[in-house]
Design a protein around this ligand. Structure first.
Ligand SMILES: *Cc1c(COP(=O)(O)O)cnc(C)c1O
Length: 374
């Protein structure tokens, strides 16, 4: 039995007709930038996130950049960001001329460790960027408390957390700004690039809307040096179709995560630890193992697709070599990058496929155990 890591073509098989009809609607409408599909999706996504405002962007990285700029973060400022996130979180901070200041994750949850944040704050710190990694919300209350007491903004990177909840409330407006990606492989994905920012702050929403539209609210009047970063109508139409399925697709991810959790209990792998008060959406189901590379190779041989999120933390990438950060500047991020393995996960992963992955993993672990004892 072959188990792909994630097969997006299966989604096309299920809802392809609806997607085609929605695309045809946009083609016939004559609206190719902005317009009713974008307005409708923004309203629907804001409602889904229980946020007052949603502003579309061209992609998730731009959503973060627009958010940071709207907060006034710029040259010489520092932004606190997890040491083990996808590099886009760091790149957004660098793109506005600010300096990413890494903070180590809690190795149990892989999310930023709130108890380490205070020590990273300097007079130049302007914002904290928690990342809800793998679809599990960070522990936001202590982060918001530190931010408020120190006068810092909170800009959440929610690119992996569509529909996740924190203390019963959807991710979408806990911090000042919440940034989304609709990259095709995300839990809510377009058929190309897309992004958005949600917020309860009307002034920030307005600034982001202008910044993404050449710094303009009225045609040919430019009050800021903006960029061109808008959600396009075809993608908005695709997202509207898929948003209707998101609750069911999220339930299926949760069911498979529960199956992995039960099936792999006691099998010798590090399993995801979920903190109290959150409901994760399992963008990724990530286990840890000291035998990660061997495990990945054997799973590939068995026809099971896996990926590594992420093989190199940002501070160990060439893009940040100028910061002069040694690999062990962030030892938790470095160690996790050597042990994490993302198992097949998605709304179309079938229970028997999931069970097959579990069986093979249990078998592999007994060989490691035997080798160790021998
Ligand atoms: C996907 C992702 C982004 C970037 O989104 P794009 O739409 O690909 O630009 C940012 N942060 C995290 C954590 C992501 O997973």
């Amino acid at each position: 039995m072959k188990v792909p890591f994630l097969d997006l073509s299966q989604m096309a098989a299920e809802i392809g007709d609806e997607l085609t009809q929605a695309a045809a609607r946009v083609i016939a409408s004559g609206w190719y930038i902005g317009g009713p599909e974008v307005e409708a999706f923004q309203a629907e996504w804001a409602a889904h996130c229980a946020a007052d405002h949603c502003v579309g962007a061209a992609n998730g990285l731009d959503a973060l950049v627009l958010g940071l700029r709207a907060l006034g973060v710029g040259a010489g400022d520092e932004v606190i960001v997890p040491s083990n996130t996808y590099i886009a979180s760091w790149l957004a901070i660098s793109a506005v001329g600010a300096h990413p200041v890494g903070v180590e994750p809690d190795p149990a949850t892989h999310n930023i460790d709130p108890t380490r944040i205070a020590a990273a704050i300097t007079p130049r710190t302007r914002a904290i960027m928690p990342v809800h990694l793998y679809g599990q919300p960070c522990d936001l209350d202590p982060i918001l408390t530190i931010a408020r007491s120190r006068g810092l903004a909170v800009i959440e990177d929610a690119a992996q957390a569509h529909s996740a909840t924190y203390r019963g409330q959807p991710i979408g407006a806990h911090g000042d700004l919440v940034c989304w990606s609709f990259y095709p492989g995300k839990n809510l994905g377009a058929l190309g690039d897309g992004g958005a920012v949600t917020t309860n702050n009307p002034d920030l929403a307005r600034t982001i809307r202008q910044l993404g539209n050449y710094g303009s609210e009225r045609k040919y009047e430019h009050t800021m040096r903006g960029l061109n970063s808008r959600l396009d109508p075809i993608q908005a139409a695709m997202l509207r179709v898929k948003l209707a399925y998101l609750p069911a697709w999220t339930d299926m991810r949760r069911a498979r995560a529960a199956q992995y959790m039960n099936g792999l209990d006691g099998a010798g792998f590090g399993l995801p630890h979920v903190i109290a008060g959150v409901d994760p959406v399992w963008h990724l189901y990530v286990i840890t193992s000291p035998h990660r590379d061997d495990l990945a190779a054997r799973l590939t041989d068995a026809g099971i697709g896996t990926l590594i999120h992420y093989p190199h933390p940002p501070h160990m990438q060439g893009a940040y070599s100028d910061l002069g950060l040694a690999p062990d500047s962030f030892p938790i991020a470095r160690d996790l990058s050597r042990q994490v393995l993302s198992l097949p996960m998605g709304p179309f992963l079938k229970p028997d496929q999931c069970q097959h992955v579990i069986d093979i993993l249990r078998e592999l672990n007994s060989t490691y155990r035997a080798a160790h004892l021998g």
